[in-house]
Write a protein that binds this ligand. Structure first.
Ligand SMILES: [Ca+2]
Ligand SMILES: [Ca+2]
Ligand SMILES: [Ca+2]
Length: 459
């Protein structure tokens, strides 16, 4: 083994494999040898000019500051290295502070002597001229002569802050990574059986995003049990459901004055979703509607639908959350997600709601029976369903909910429905007291006369 060869990543890789075969990889010999020889390696690298490809992978951007009044920046990427400039002005993204890039750019350079790589994000303005959002500069020589960085087989993803000359504040973040590849690297040359020489170039990662697949997600909120009650012993229950609070949030109707912990909904929520998506976990939040204060969230439950969404986009056919899928796939993958399936209907599952109590401990706040069906958008369009309980009402057909408040002209009946049990109890106690007092007052004259006659007769 020639330790001088350890300056090449491929040679180091071979050496590490050799060390691993000997079972002494825990001794980190290659790193120690590299460190011992680092001065030599650096010296030879500095003396020998190498032509290289600088490969830059631009993934995405976050939180780009606005350079437009009243709207987000219309962002695009611009790069410059060793005199070569590229920009994506033609592909600017309208009002997009979190642009996706998913592109690879190659630049040529010589080491030592390469210029830095300049990465900029701009705001497109059709009339007044584009404005710089921010920039970041990568010192390529610093990378090329940092043996630890060179030794990394897969270069790390970087989150680089962008800065504008006018401010010390970050103007956004670019997610990216880069590689420096020697053009003529003898360690990459392989000789096949026929003695033919060829150079194995490092792979180019394909980071172009897959096209988005349109889905319709139908979620039914059926019935509940053990739902949390307020201090009065009632809950004006309704639910909010969403994947991401930045996206569409849908609500059920309200089951007013529920006093038995079993509000009924039979309510369909229908979401249009594009897969893959950042958040594929569905969140259901239970609320107590309040007319005088703000509505109070009493509990939250979640379940993951990403795997089913992926399968639907692959097989292009509808799938449901069901007992088999849960047992076979989801249970092992998401141990946190505990769904209980109905013994009769394998597509009906109970979601546990949780919330922190006053002591900060997680507490159970009731269970909700639900169904979730995922359709390819085109197939959903051929077989539409209504939201809530609207027509077409099928798969499943949702009946009117039970135990809801009945409108009545009888004020006593309305009062009976509206009053919470605690108040009703207080009224009953008050009524009993009044009845007792009335009874007492009625018998009081007789009592007094009896007492007087007893006193006179001296008994
Ligand atoms: Ca502007
Ligand atoms: Ca704009
Ligand atoms: Ca603009």
């Amino acid at each position: 083994m020639d330790p001088n060869k350890l300056s090449s990543a491929t040679e180091r890789d071979k050496f590490e494999q050799y060390v691993r075969r000997l079972g002494i990889d825990h001794l980190c010999i290659s790193k120690a040898l590299t460190n011992l020889n680092s001065d030599e390696i650096l010296k030879s690298a500095l003396l020998k000019e190498e032509k290289c490809i600088i490969r830059f992978y631009a993934v995405s951007g976050f939180d780009m500051s606005s350079r437009d009044s009243g709207s987000a920046s219309d962002t695009y990427l611009a790069l410059e290295c060793n005199g070569k400039k590229v920009d994506e002005r033609d592909n600017y993204q309208l009002d997009e502070p979190n642009p996706d890039f998913y592109k690879v750019y190659d630049f040529e350079g010589h080491f030592p002597g390469s210029s830095p790589l300049n990465i900029q994000v701009w705001d497109y303005d059709a009339i007044f001229g584009d404005e710089l959002v921010g920039e970041t500069i990568i010192d390529l020589e610093d990378r090329y002569f940092t043996l630890d960085w060179v030794a990394l087989k897969e270069k790390p993803i970087e989150y680089r802050q962008l800065y504008h000359p006018s401010s010390k504040m970050s103007q956004g973040v670019v997610k990216c990574w880069m590689e420096i590849i020697k053009v003529n690297d003898p360690s990459r040359v392989v000789i096949d059986e026929n003695g033919e020489k060829s150079e194995e170039m490092p792979r180019i990662w394909d980071i172009t995003p897959k096209p988005l697949y349109e889905l319709e997600i139908r979620i039914c909120v059926l019935n509940c049990k053990d739902i949390w009650m307020d201090a009065e012993g009632t809950c004006d229950t309704y639910f909010r459901g969403f994947f991401d609070t930045n996206e569409e949030i849908q609500e059920t109707d309200t089951h007013f004055r529920c006093t038995d912990g079993k509000p009924d909904f039979e309510y369909r929520l229908v979401y249009n979703v594009k897969y893959p998506k950042k958040v594929s976990k569905f969140t259901l939040q239970g609320y107590d509607r309040d007319f005088f204060k703000s509505n109070e969230m009493f509990g939250e439950g979640t379940f993951e639908l990403g795997d089913i969404m992926e399968d639907v986009s692959l097989i292009k056919a509808p799938l449901s959350m069901n007992k088999k899928y849960y047992e076979d796939v989801l249970k092992k993958k998401y141990p946190q997600m505990k769904l209980e399936f109905d013994s009769e209907d394998p597509n009906k599952f109970w979601v546990q709601l949780w919330a922190k109590n006053k002591k900060g401990k997680m507490e159970k706040r009731g269970k909700v029976a639900m169904k979730a069906d995922i359709y390819p958008k085109d197939q959903a369009a051929k077989n539409p369903v209504g939201k809530a309980r609207d027509n077409p009402n099928h798969s499943p057909t949702l009946p009117p909910p039970e135990g809801r408040l009945e409108l009545s002209l009888n004020p006593l009946k309305m009062l009976n429905q509206l009053l919470p049990p605690a108040v009703k109890r207080k009224i009953m106690i008050a009524l009993c007291c009044i009845a007792f007092c009335a009874l007492f007052l009625m018998i009081l004259p007789n009592l007094i006369s009896a007492m007087i006659s007893n006193a006179i007769l001296g008994k």
